[in-house]
Design a protein around this ligand. Structure first.
Ligand code: GDP
Length: 332
């Protein structure tokens, strides 16, 4: 092999000493930097869906998570209007920039979910929406302009569970079972400040048992590599044990212990959104933004989208075979 690639007239690359004197340096060690530069230039995108009955604090939590007002133009419906309303799908997009890294965040909301008198199959419009995004991507991928595909696939669905019930309600089970093959579901125990710490623990345990009992496949955090440091392993373990994340949301900043914090002010005290002793908000945000965003996108692409694509190709093949058989029969 010609080790002097790209260094005409010289048999010793200039960077050689960077890798030690006894080993010649080709330069592919810069690959991570090249990938990093390219990705930063392109920017990142992430689509997050929130689902669960209205009033559970979905929009408050999304605003608290991304420190933006994503619901400025939201119109709240009266009880009468909600009875008549069917599940609607709405999208809010926002560009966020942090230290030069751009993130295009799309929030998909499902107003009306669980609000009607009869909620049978109210998961259907949500499932259809997710499938439509897969279908669009499948079409674009098979089309001529594959380079500039707009990817609207849903990477994660935060499913809000009421803190007032005894574990999951039939609607929760129905929704998660219908959607778990299509999207990464992350269960959320809403409004955790309405429960005492032992109640939160009991409720979490019950929800985990029911998820297992009903064969619901929520998003699985990938296993930690054995060579990771102990701190990271402990953090990873704590994250896995927190499911469902018990969260508190707030759009107001209050003064607690001499600091201005995002929290909820009650006559008996303050609950702080970002205090790990009060709720799992920080764990959820760390998982979603800092540690697992790319994995959520990978699982969407490699598992959920691949399942959809395989089903599509299978049914297309079946159609072609059927058509060919029909033609053969009419010819004979
Ligand atoms: P959505 O309909 O699910 O989007 O719910 P909203 O975010 O509009 O919240 C409904 C109501 O619950 C509002 O009055 C919020 O101030 C309140 N709320 C939101 N998050 C919390 C929370 O974590 N705890 C409590 N106690 N109330 C909350």
């Amino acid at each position: 092999m010609d080790r002097s690639m790209g260094c005409e007239g010289s048999s010793v690359p200039e960077d050689r000493t960077e890798a030690g004197d006894d080993k010649e340096y080709v330069g592919f060690a810069t690959l991570p930097n090249q990938v990093h530069r390219k990705s930063v230039k392109k920017g990142f995108d992430f689509t997050l869906m929130v689902a669960g009955e209205s009033g559970l604090g979905k929009s408050t939590l999304v605003n608290s998570l991304f420190l933006t007002d994503l619901y400025r133009d939201r119109k709240l419906l009266s009880a009468e209007e909600r009875i008549m309303q069917t599940v609607e799908i709405t999208k809010h997009a926002v560009d966020i920039e942090e230290k030069g890294v751009k993130l295009r965040l799309t929030i998909v909301d499902t107003p009306g979910f669980g609000d009607a008198v009869n909620n049978t199959e109210c998961w259907k419009p949500v499932a259809e929406y997710i499938d439509q995004q897969f279908e669009q991507y499948f079409r674009d991928e098979s089309g001529l302009n594959r380079k500039n595909i707009q990817d609207n696939r849903v990477h994660c669905c935060l499913y809000f569970i009421s803190p007032f019930g005894h574990g999951l309600r039939p609607l929760d089970v129905e929704f998660m079972r219908a959607l778990h093959q299509r999207v990464n579901i992350v269960p959320i125990l809403a409004k955790a400040d309405t429960l005492t710490p032992p109640e939160v623990e009991r409720k979490k345990r019950k929800i985990r048992e029911e998820i297992e009992h009903f064969g619901i496949k929520v998003y699985q955090f990938p296993d930690c590599d054995s060579d990771e440091d102990e701190d990271f392993k402990l953090q990873d373990q704590a994250l896995k044990e927190s499911i469902p994340f018990a969260v508190i949301g707030s759009n107001t900043v209050v003064e607690a212990r001499g600091r201005r914090v995002r929290g909820r002010l009650y006559p008996w005290g303050i609950v702080e959104v970002e205090n790990p002793g009060h709720c799992d908000f920080v764990k959820l945000r760390t998982m979603l933004v800092r540690t697992h965003m790319q994995d959520l996108k990978d699982v969407t692409r490699e598992t959920h989208y691949e399942n959809y694509r395989a089903q599509c190709i299978q049914s297309m093949t079946r159609l072609v075979v059927k058509e060919r058989n029909r033609k053969d029969r009419s010819r004979n």
